[in-house]
Design a protein around this ligand. Structure first.
Ligand code: ADP
Ligand code: MG
Length: 348
C-alpha cells in the first residue's frame, strides 16, 4: 500500500471520518426535516392527510452484487432504485433515506463515496433526503441496508391485495432486459476488460446496472384512482404476479405476445438460443411496475403512459382464483405459468 493510499484508508479516516465524508456530499434540506443527520434519531414533521410508507432492503456483496462486474457507483444506484421502486409500487412519494452499512477495512474510501454518489444520483430526481444511518466494519463483505420513508394520500396506497376479477393487467417499460444484462455480465466477468459489448449488449447491461424507478407512474395511478393493485418487479414477472394473485385471492392470464420485449432482448435471445418470453417472465430486477386496473380506466392508463413517456402495456387479465395463473403462448396454446424466479435459501 502506498503512503497516500494508507492516509486515505478506512483505518485512518475512521468511522466518523467516513460518515462525515459520505453525509457531506448529500446535505438534507426540507422544511419537514426538523433534525437530520447528527443526533441519535432524525426528527420529521408529519404531513396532514398523508400516511407514511416505510420499507427496508438489504444488499449484500456476493448475494445481490458483485464488484467483479459492477462499479461501486452502479451498486449504489441499484440499491437506491430497489428502495425507490418499493415506494413507487405503493403509488407514494419517496422522501427520506437511511443507510446502514458494514464495510471491510480493506475497501478504499473512494469506493464507498462512489457508492454513495450512485445512491444519490438515483435518488436525485425524487429529491430524497439522506437523514441517517449506521456505519460499521464488516469482516469480509460489503453489507448495505437501506430504509426509505415515503408518503401517500391517506388510504390511497396501492397494495397487492385489491386486484379484482376482470381487471386488466399492465406492466411499465420492457421486461427481461435486466436478466439478459446480468447474464452478459456474468458470462464475461473474468475478462471484462477485454469485453467489447455490441450496442445491443450495452443496452441490456445498462438496463441491469441502471434501472429506472417508476415513481411518477405510481403517483399518477394513485392521484387519478386508476389502479386496484400494484407491485414492482423485483423477483420476476411470474413470481411477482404470483404475489398479487395470492394476496388478492384471484387468478390471472398473461398473453405471451403482449409482453413488452425490447428488440435488444429478442436479439439476445435469438443469438443465445433462449426463449425471450421465458427471460421476461423469470428475469428479476426490472423494477418496472405491474398493476391491475378496471377495464373502464384503460384510456386513462394510456394517458398516464403518454404523459410520463413511460410505455405501459396491457399484458393480460385478472381471472377467478380457480383459473390459476396461465400463460397464453404466442401460437395460442395455454400453459400454467411457471414460477422459477430466484428465491433465497432455496437452490432454484
Ligand atoms: P449512534 O452512535 O447514535 O448510532 P452514529 O455515530 O452511528 O450515532 O451516527 C451519527 C450520525 O450519523 C447519526 O445521525 C446517524 O444517523 C448518521 N450516520 C451514521 N452512519 C451513516 C451512514 N452510513 N449514512 C448516513 N448517515 C449516517
Ligand atoms: Mg451508529
Amino acid at each position: 500500500m502506498s503512503t497516500s493510499s494508507k492516509r486515505n484508508s478506512l483505518k485512518t479516516i475512521g468511522e466518523f471520518g467516513l460518515i462525515r465524508q459520505l453525509t457531506h456530499q448529500w446535505p438534507a434540506s426540507s422544511p419537514e426535516i426538523v433534525k437530520g443527520i447528527g443526533d441519535d434519531a432524525a426528527i420529521l414533521k408529519a404531513r396532514k392527510g398523508q400516511q407514511l410508507l416505510i420499507s427496508t432492503d438489504v444488499c449484500i456483496e456476493g448475494v445481490h452484487f458483485d464488484l467483479a462486474y459492477q462499479t461501486p457507483k452502479d451498486v449504489g444506484w441499484r440499491a437506491g432504485v430497489a428502495n425507490l421502486s418499493d415506494i413507487a409500487a405503493m403509488g407514494g412519494t419517496p422522501l427520506y433515506l437511511l443507510v446502514s452499512m458494514g464495510v471491510p477495512v480493506r475497501v478504499p474510501p473512494q469506493n464507498v463515496r462512489a457508492l454513495y454518489r450512485g445512491l444519490k444520483d438515483a435518488c436525485g430526481p425524487c429529491n430524497v433526503a439522506l437523514i441517517g444511518g449506521d456505519t460499521s466494519s464488516s469482516p469480509s463483505q460489503i453489507f448495505l441496508s437501506l430504509t426509505i420513508v415515503g408518503s401517500v394520500r391517506a388510504n390511497r396506497a396501492l397494495t397487492r391485495n385489491r386486484a379484482e376479477v376482470g381487471d386488466r393487467l399492465y406492466v411499465t417499460g420492457t421486461v427481461g432486459d435486466s436478466n439478459a444484462g446480468l447474464r452478459l455480465l456474468q458470462t464475461h466477468s473474468n475478462h471484462l476488460r477485454r469485453f467489447r459489448p455490441s450496442a445491443v449488449e450495452r443496452f441490456l447491461i445498462r438496463r441491469h446496472v441502471r434501472p429506472t424507478p417508476r415513481v411518477h407512474v405510481g403517483q399518477l395511478l394513485v392521484d387519478r384512482k386508476l389502479a386496484h393493485a400494484a407491485i414492482d418487479l423485483s423477483d420476476g414477472l411470474s413470481s411477482d404476479l404470483g404475489h398479487v394473485c395470492e394476496d388478492s385471492q384471484v387468478g390471472a392470464e398473461i398473453q405471451g405476445k403482449a409482453l413488452p420485449l425490447s428488440s435488444q432482448l429478442r436479439a439476445f435471445a435469438r443469438r443465445n438460443n433462449l426463449n425471450p418470453v421465458e427471460l421476461a417472465l423469470q428475469g428479476g430486477e426490472d423494477y418496472e411496475l405491474l398493476f391491475t386496473a378496471p377495464v373502464q380506466h384503460h384510456q386513462k392508463v394510456l394517458h398516464v403512459s403518454r404523459q410520463t413517456k413511460v410505455p405501459i402495456s396491457c399484458i393480460g387479465e385478472i381471472k377467478p382464483k380457480i383459473f390459476g395463473q396461465q400463460l397464453e403462448l404466442p401460437e395460442g396454446r395455454k400453459q400454467k405459468l411457471a414460477n422459477t424466479s430466484f428465491h433465497h435459501f432455496s437452490h432454484r
